[in-house]
Design a binder for this molecule. Structure first.
Ligand code: FEO
Length: 389
């Protein structure tokens, strides 16, 4: 990718991965991503902030060489995950005198993951500073932006926050700075939902920390740069708040149509009551879209038939993920069906042990739903309406 100027003596030298469609062999990336790396030239020292996914190391090195970078004093590793750290060894091969600056936990992880020698590191703590001459880097502890070691780096003279995953978006775009806010909002919310939501309360305290700084620009390590950072700071305030929206998310799976018929009826009744509803057919859905919906929704109703003696395995998978993502959901229920017997409800409830939710009485039909089952769905709709309004 072309090297681009962020501000005087601050350059974007990372790469765009237009084709990537999966992260961690789990998370869909419908819009690709980027691995942003930044080069800062000071009067006495220079620094590289984060690197790139190792398969793109040559492109990063070319970007640096094209910019006539002959020496790197500091490689700042905000986060040890390999999409940002994986090219550090390659950079050290070319610039062997560089010192790797990271947190104590980051050092331990980088030594384990990349086998970098201990004497290459300088460990920094919260609010420690490093001078580049006319520019100063200040490090901010921002842990659990899904890993425990993560820091952010603030370039004081230019008011730029280098936040790595924090505020990032998996979005491959030629825009250096955010151009289309609604497009970036969606991609950033997806990213927050997929990896940061389980740490909502810590992210909230990280927000308080970074809000103490006078930030003009947020330069994350995925997606475009925010030159009007209030937009993403406000979005994070909303996502991490305790407030929920009166929405019902319905992930469901159906084998022979009995569960689906009940879900369709349930969806219609909620719409009649003007309650916002988002059904997701587990067989066809994008996991990221479900995660986005879980950021705000007050209510989740899971639809599943019984397979052998328990829930459908897809329902187990989705319930497990929802539990791991720890959304701020307040109400949960289940709509399902069975052929002869089973522990549909017990098995699902047992998985949801991370969530502090009220379980609304489930509706389970034997075979195809009858009038009594539909009356029960009406009862569930009324219970939800009472709580949401
Ligand atoms: Fe973009 Fe947690 O790595």
């Amino acid at each position: 990718m072309t090297v681009r100027k962020v501000k005087k003596d601050v350059y974007s030298v990372g790469v765009i991965d237009w084709d990537r469609r999966l992260f961690d062999q789990l998370i869909p990336l419908p819009d690709g991503t980027s691995y942003n790396s930044y080069f800062i030239k000071g009067t006495t020292k220079n620094a590289l902030i984060d690197t790139v996914e190792p398969e793109f190391a040559d492109e990063l090195i070319k970007n640096l060489q094209d910019s006539n970078v002959t020496n790197i004093d500091y490689i700042i590793s905000n986060h040890a995950e390999q999409d940002h750290s994986g090219s550090i060894s390659h950079i050290l091969d070319i610039y062997p005198t560089a010192t790797v600056i990271t947190s104590e936990k980051g050092k331990d992880m980088l030594m384990n993951l990349l086998e970098i020698d201990e004497d290459k590191f300088k460990v920094v703590g919260h609010q420690d500073k490093v001078s580049l001459g006319n520019k100063t880097l200040e490090f901010i502890d921002t842990p659990w932006v899904h890993w425990p070691e993560t820091i952010s780096t603030f370039l004081k003279e230019d008011n730029i926050l280098f936040s790595c995953d924090f505020f990032g978006s998996h979005l491959a775009t030629s825009d250096l700075f955010v151009d289309n806010e609604s497009e970036v909002y969606r991609a950033a919310k997806r990213y927050y939902a997929e990896i940061m939501m389980p740490f909502r309360k810590i992210i909230k305290s990280n927000l308080v920390k970074v809000n103490n700084y006078d930030i003009d620009i947020i330069a994350p390590s995925h997606g475009p740069i925010y030159d009007e950072p209030d937009f993403i700071l406000d979005a994070y305030e909303e996502w991490t708040s305790d407030e929920v929206k009166p929405e019902v998310v319905i992930p469901y799976v159906s084998m022979h149509g009995s569960t689906e018929e009940m879900i369709n009826y349930f969806v219609e009744k909620l719409i009649e009551k003007n309650i916002k509803v988002k059904p997701f057919n587990m067989v066809k859905m994008d996991l990221g879209e479900l995660a986005i919906s879980l950021v705000d929704a007050s209510t989740v109703v899971l639809g599943s038939p019984t397979v052998l003696t328990g829930p459908h395995p897809l329902a187990v998978y989705v319930t497990y993920l929802a539990n791991a993502l720890r959304p701020k959901t307040k109400y949960v229920s289940i709509i399902g069906s069975y052929g002869w017997a089973g522990n549909l409800i017990e098995d699902i409830v047992e998985i949801l042990d991370n969530l502090d939710v009220e379980l609304l009485d489930p509706v389970v039909s034997k075979g195809t739903a009858n009038k009594e089952d539909y009356n029960e769905i009406d009862r569930l709709v009324e219970e939800i309406e009472k709580r949401l309004k």
